[in-house]
Design a protein. Structure first.
Length: 93
């Protein structure tokens, strides 16, 4: 299946496509931007494929407080890896 590949170099694009194919087999969903998303234990995780790196993010939900009237969501980065240093061990979870 053709995905939107965000990687910059040809080698990185190959790694990008290989990772997306393996993630789909593991139950991840690929969005229209070429990022992989999965919900696990009630939390949303995202692998954001950029030009030179892959960002590992989790979605945080902020409940309304005294000055906020609405629930807000944001993605928090907890790891970043370059395409050249990526290993399949990170996909075990």
């Amino acid at each position: 299946m053709p995905y939107k590949l965000n990687a910059k170099s040809d080698k990185s694009k190959q790694i990008n496509e290989m990772l997306l194919n393996k993630l789909v087999l593991k139950g991840w969903i690929i969005d229209r931007f070429g990022n992989a998303k999965k919900t696990k234990h009630g939390k949303n995780y995202r692998l954001k494929f950029q030009a030179q790196t892959i960002r590992h993010e989790v979605q945080v939900i902020h409940e309304p407080t005294g000055y906020r009237t609405e629930t807000q969501k944001e993605w928090i980065r907890f790891d970043t890896t370059r395409y050249t240093g990526y290993s399949m061990d990170k996909l075990q979870s």
